[in-house]
Design a protein around this ligand. Structure first.
Ligand code: ASP
Length: 305
């Protein structure tokens, strides 16, 4: 039986001029480690759910990406983290929004899925759930990095309206199909720099930034979240594939075109019951990588790779 894993570390203005050689190298190394973590689970016959969690945890801990350690900061300079996870068999899902004290929000999302009757917990309640359920805690001193403070200062200096100008989205995500034929998806993010008023993006919203359905596929998105919410991106890709029999690549491309028509930018990764390993993005680049039992490992950043 075959397995597939696709991961991303965000989409945006990634061009060779804007990414330093150190960033390029560091991001590729981290993507490689995340692939290894997920592939180890899948090649041993483990579940897609375990694989996407394992891959996303690596990216959350890595400072190159906007999730966990190194997350984008709110207007007030706080790391408020969002994450979601979903499995495609029973369409069970868990998510958290605006959490401030958990090292690996993707694992907190999984705890919400498996240890509560709820799907989405937010803010202080989610932080409390995290402590009550023994998730590893990490303070703002661990989550917040100087580079993110600098980005926030730069944004503030440009004025409040430059919310996501020059964005280099660094949200992370993973989708997998395991040897039993099941799919799962996970996404984790700090959201957008300078966010205010409890703003929540698409990442933790089931059907917008994250979705998994064994009948269609698994999707994790990254980009200007407001548009992804309005287009219901992750569910829409799965629905098109399921209802029309359209290949997942065509469904992903069509929905990303729709996002672009609304004014949104970003990308998605998708896998399906057939072991497809798809990505689609309408930005200059996207940190992305894939591997499978029948698929050579590849890691890419720029649009022309
Ligand atoms: N989609 C995320 C959000 O809007 C941002 C990102 O992809 O970096 O919160």
């Amino acid at each position: 039986m075959t397995w597939t894993l696709v991961i991303h570390g965000g989409a945006g203005m990634m061009t060779r001029e804007r990414i330093t050689p150190e960033q390029d190298e560091g991001a590729r190394a981290a993507l490689g480690q995340a692939l290894d973590a997920g592939a180890a689970v899948l090649s041993a016959g483990g579940s897609a759910l375990d694989a996407v969690e394992a891959a996303v945890r690596v990216l959350e801990d890595d400072p190159h990406f906007n999730a966990g350690r190194g997350a984008a900061l709110t207007h007030e300079g706080v790391a408020e983290l969002d994450a979601a996870i979903m499995e495609g068999t029973g369409r069970d899902a868990g998510a958290v929004a605006g959490v401030t004290g958990t090292r690996n929000p993707v694992s907190l999302a999984r705890a919400v899925m498996e240890q509560s009757r709820h799907v989405l917990l937010g803010g202080e309640g989610a932080d409390l759930f995290s402590r009550d359920h023994g998730l590893e805690q990490a303070g703002q001193d661990w989550l917040v990095l100087p580079e993110r403070r600098r980005q926030l200062e730069e944004l503030r200096a440009r004025g409040a309206d430059s919310f996501d100008v020059d964005m280099k989205y660094g949200t992370v995500g993973a989708v997998a199909r395991d040897t039993a034929g099941h799919v799962a998806a996970a996404t984790s993010t700090g959201g957008v720099t300078g966010k205010r008023w409890g703003r929540i993006g698409d990442s933790p919203l089931i059907g917008a930034g994250t979705y998994a359905d064994d009948r269609a596929g698994a999707v994790s998105a990254t980009g200007s979240g407001e548009y992804f919410i309005r287009a219901g991106v992750a569910h829409e890709i799965c629905a098109r594939a399921r209802l029309t029999g359209m290949p997942l690549q065509a469904a992903a491309d069509a929905v990303m075109d729709d996002v672009k028509a609304l004014g949104g930018r970003g990308g998605v990764i998708v896998t399906g019951p057939g072991g497809e390993a798809v990505w689609s993005f309408n930005t200059a680049g996207m940190f992305r990588a894939r591997v499978g039992s029948d698929l050579a490992r590849s890691i890419a950043i720029y649009g022309d790779e």
